[in-house]
Structures are given as C-alpha cells and as structure tokens.
Ligand binder design. Structure first.
Ligand code: SF4
Length: 334
C-alpha cells in the first residue's frame, strides 16, 4: 500500500525497546522516540523507517561532482538524498538536510519505481544516494536496488554501518565515495560523534567486494591535517591499494565549527605531496582552485589521461581506461 508506514530492518525488540542494528550506535528506541539519526521511529510493536521514500532533493549531476573521477568520467548521474544522518559532524556542510531529525517532512513519498523510472526517462545508467547519509535509507535503497535493472547504484557515504547491512549494500552497489573525516579515534568522537574503526572496515570490505572505491578527506586546519594524522591516513590507504583515488577537499566554516580558519591552497598542496610520497597514485584536490590535483595524470609517463576544467571532462588522453601514451592501467571503471 502506497505511503503505508514501512517497518525498519535490522532491529530486535527487547523488554519493549527496539534495538537498531543498522549502524554501530545501536540505539535503543522506545515507542514514540527516535534513534540518533532521526530516521527510525519507535512504534509500540515495531520499529519504523520513518524516512522511507522521503526525498529531499533530486538532481542530475556530473559524476565528478560526487566526487568520482575514475568512474565513467564525463557521465551524468541521478543524485538523490533524504533527511537525517547517523553522524553529528560539527562542520557538516549539508546540515540543512543532515541535521533534520524528524525523518523529513510528511507528504507524498517517491516510490522506488518512480526513481527508477526517472533514470530510464532521462537515459541515465547511474543513480547515486548522496547529500545525506544513505545508510539510514537502507530499506529504500534495497527496494530501489531490486528494481534497478540496467542502472548502477552509487553510495556517497560516511561508511558508518554494521557488517550485515554493509554486505547487503556492497552486493548491490557498483561504486562508492567514502568520507574519511580524520584519522584518529579522538577526532571522530569529538567532531563526528562516531568511531573511526567501522569506517575503515567499510573501505576494506568495499574493495574486497569489487566495488569501485574513491575516498574523500576534508582537510580541516589544525584539526585533522597534522603531518602524523595525514601520513597515517595515506599509509593506511596505500596499504589497501595505492590505486584508490583520494580527494582532499577544502573546508570552509559551517554549522557549529566557526572557530577554525578555512583551508588554503598551501594546505591542499601539502596534503597532495604527502599522499604522493606515500605511494598513492591518483590524488585530487577540490573546493579551491589550485595548480595541481584536477587532471588524471598517468603515474608512469606523466601524460594527462583525463583533463578537467570545472565539470567539463576531456578523456582524449585515455584509451579503454588506460593511458593513451603508454597503456598503463588507471583504475578506471567505464
Ligand atoms: S541507524 Fe539511526 S537509529 Fe539505527 S543505530 Fe544508527 S543512529 Fe541509531
């Protein structure tokens, strides 16, 4: 029945309280109250996914905007997001959506079939769950995946999800951009109100499952950009695979973090050098105009394989996902 309340998955009920198993917070939710993410609502007998199908925004974007630079460069994607988040980042740059704690305004929801129909109508083969955290839209994403024949699903995520729902997601998606928000447990606890470990597990599992993975790291001056933290991050990523593209992105003051200066070009370039020195082969810089970190440069011969100006992409330096000059593989999914 359309618009009927949707029961949540991944929970159990004990002594009249519902214990959510979707993410590591493990919220205990009684009737009439909600979990930390705001999306799960306790009913007397069941837990509800109160945000099911409540779409806050739908846009057609370049894939580069997610950012995904090594996944079908130059193609477009249907980008969809809802309300709420299971992290509480002090600096959230999408806080008007992510901090909504009521599961989103009530009203007509966008059924899974309608979303798939939009992709077909627009001739798109890419559908991204983005803007807010897709983990808390699990039931909706699973229903969309069931119908998304010929459409590849993409997650833009904080990676804070438990192993069982994580494997359900990884079976169904093709690409992921994962936010690593810092590289210390204390940073995660203070700034994101979450733990780092499950996020790293998500990256490792994504790679093992064959999902195309790119990582974003927002550089916050004085908070997560010190040499040791950045080096530990780059070494971890390099040990997973030096071919995973990493996007260092510039912070600007937002939401509750107003006491930190904005990232400058020098900060970005320092992270770029450190990442390259750590062996990472595809390093990108975003949110500020800088001299490096836009184009895909062949790590062997140094030729530009993909050049980018704004969101315009020129792939003429690439042949079948490899460098056109020396045929070096570039970890591209076409
Ligand atoms: S998904 Fe939401 S309700 Fe469930 S454990 Fe995480 S924050 Fe709590």
């Amino acid at each position: 029945m359309k618009n009927a309340p949707k029961e949540a998955c991944h929970y159990r009920t004990e002594h009249g309280r519902h214990i959510c198993g979707l993410c590591p917070h493990g919220c205990r939710i009684s009737a009439g109250s909600r979990g930390i993410c705001g999306s799960r609502l306790g009913d007397e007998h069941i837990l509800l996914a109160d945000n099911y199908g409540k779409v806050a925004t739908v846009n057609i974007d370049p894939l580069e905007k997610k950012p995904l630079y090594h996944f079908r460069p130059g193609e477009e994607v249907l980008s969809v997001g809802g309300w709420g988040c299971n992290m509480g980042c002090l600096h959230c740059q999408n806080n008007s959506l992510s901090m909504a704690r009521g599961g989103g305004p009530s009203g007509r929801r966008v059924e899974a079939e309608e979303l798939v129909a939009i992709c077909h109508r627009e001739g798109l083969r890419n559908l991204a769950f983005t803007y807010n955290e897709p983990t808390i839209w699990h039931e909706y994403v699973m229903d969309v995946a069931e119908l998304a024949d010929g459409i590849d699903l993409i997650y833009v995520t904080n990676g804070y999800i438990n192993p069982s729902p994580r494997s359900e997601v990884l079976e169904r998606i093709t690409a992921m951009n994962l936010d690593v928000k810092g590289f210390s447990e204390s940073f995660y606890r203070e700034v994101a109100k979450a733990d780092l470990g499950p996020v790293l597990d998500t990256a490792e599992d994504a790679l093992e499952s064959g999902v195309h993975l790119e990582i974003t790291y927002l550089l916050i001056p004085g908070r997560n950009d010190d040499h040791d933290q950045l080096q530990a991050f780059c070494r971890w990523l390099s040990s997973l695979s030096p071919d995973v593209p990493v996007h260092f992105s510039a912070f600007h003051r937002d939401h509750l973090m107003q006491d930190v200066r904005d990232t400058n070009a020098e900060d970005l370039l320092r992270a770029f050098s450190l990442a390259k020195d750590s062996g990472l082969r595809f390093v990108y810089l975003g949110n500020l105009p800088v001299s490096q970190g836009r184009d895909t440069v062949c790590p062997r011969c140094g030729d530009v394989a993909v050049s980018r100006k704004g969101y315009r992409t020129d792939t003429s330096g690439m042949r079948r996902g490899a460098c056109a000059s020396c045929a070096t593989a570039l970890n591209m999914r076409l």
